[in-house]
Ligand binder design. Structure first.
Ligand code: ASP
Length: 367
């Protein structure tokens, strides 16, 4: 089988490639008619095993605006999953019908697993609480358009940093640009996962701190990235009830923010941004939705072009150093798709840290 380039994790793109995709998205925004036939005859399959409004529709709108067509399903209940079909078989089938696939699935690592069976590019449109690289592309374009740069920014990230997959991908991207400072605003229970902290932020020397309230740091921020508490990821709904309204941004709190700050949110919001912020010129979350479509257009062009050229660079994915362990995360794709090979890699030799390649769950001694 030919090697195909996929987008599973934002690490699959170099920083230069991200900048290049942003540049194409900006060009599309300026010269939309020039791209109206760029994907004539091409099809995108959107396979959403988990609910979505913006991501699925923006992938479909993106392909339509490029002159292509769409097929797919918006819920697992409309697919043969209900008959017991595996993700792997579904993807193998769909890759016979489409030129590119955007897939969302509640299991962590599902997109990576799917990419290994697909003969066309697979784009991860969200895999459980793990990552969401195309939301990050939308976030970056929004920030670039508002602030003119992706470096030297102070970014507050607020809410559910544990289960919020968009946060994990965003941190991975922002910590590559020099001079960014991150302020994590979350309850202790919903802080960033260890792998993000120890294997992405620390090795890059990321400058970051924590803050327990929005009020305490809002005046310092260039960007405030709000997130929803991810109800669907909680094993204990009482805990969700206790934490759900822990942070609410409202017009009163915005008074302390700088006039050029921007508020982003991957949406949907529940109560974490009060509607009285919506008409504030610093509220960028609906603009972010529009940018998401342009970034997805640019990404589709890039991946289809790479596929046509047979270009598939070695990704930064680690070498598999150990097999024979079993991932203990019940939300890992390997817990359900038991035919998948278990795969672990050594991430931190000094502390003997192995992690599952699909979901990043640790195997080894506690740090
Ligand atoms: N739409 C984003 C996601 O799919 C954010 C969210 O659902 O809270 O992760």
């Amino acid at each position: 089988m030919n090697k195909i380039r996929h987008l599973i994790d934002i690490s699959d793109l170099t920083t230069e490639e991200i900048d290049g995709i942003i540049a194409v998205a900006e060009d599309i925004m300026r010269h939309r008619a020039d791209y109206a036939h760029a994907c004539d005859g091409k099809k995108i399959a959107t396979l959403f095993f988990e609910p979505s409004t913006r991501t699925r529709l923006s992938f479909e709108a993106a392909m339509i605006e490029l002159g292509g067509n769409t097929l797919g399903f918006a819920s697992a209940s409309n697919s043969s999953t209900t008959k017991g079909e595996s993700v792997m078989d579904t993807i193998r089938t769909v890759s016979a019908y489409a030129d590119i696939i955007a897939m969302r699935h509640p299991l962590e690592g599902a997109a990576l697993a799917a990419s290994r069976r697909s003969v066309v590019p697979v784009i991860n449109a969200g895999d459980g609480g793990h990552c969401h690289p195309t939301q990050t592309l939308a976030d970056l374009l929004t920030i670039k358009n508002r602030h003119g740069r992706l470096h030297g920014l102070t970014v507050g990230i607020c809410g559910d940093l544990k289960y919020g997959r968009t946060v994990h991908s965003l941190i991975n991207a922002l910590t590559r640009y020099p001079g960014n400072r991150l302020i994590m605003i979350s309850p202790p229970e919903l802080g960033i996962p260890n792998y993000v902290r120890y294997e992405i932020m620390e090795p890059r020397g990321a400058v970051w701190s924590t803050c327990s309230t929005i009020e305490d740091c809002i005046a310092d921020l260039d960007v405030l990235y709000m997130t929803r508490i991810q109800k669907e990821r909680f094993a204990d709904l009482d805990e969700y009830e206790r934490l759900k309204d822990c942070y609410v941004l409202n017009a009163e709190k915005m008074k302390a923010a700088r006039s050029d700050m921007s508020v982003l949110h991957p949406l949907p919001r529940v109560k974490e941004i009060s509607v009285d912020v919506d008409d504030d010129p610093r509220a960028c979350y609906f603009k972010q939705v529009e940018y998401g479509k342009f970034m997805r257009m640019a990404l589709i062009l890039r991946l289809l072009d790479d596929a046509a050229k047979g270009y598939c660079p070695e990704t930064t994915r680690r070498e598999i150093l150990s097999e024979g362990f079993v991932c203990r995360n019940p939300k890992c794709v390997t817990a359900v798709e038991t035919d998948l090979p278990q795969q672990f890699s050594l991430r931190d030799k000094a502390h003997n840290v192995y992690r599952c390649e699909y979901c990043e769950t640790r195997f080894g001694h506690q740090k």
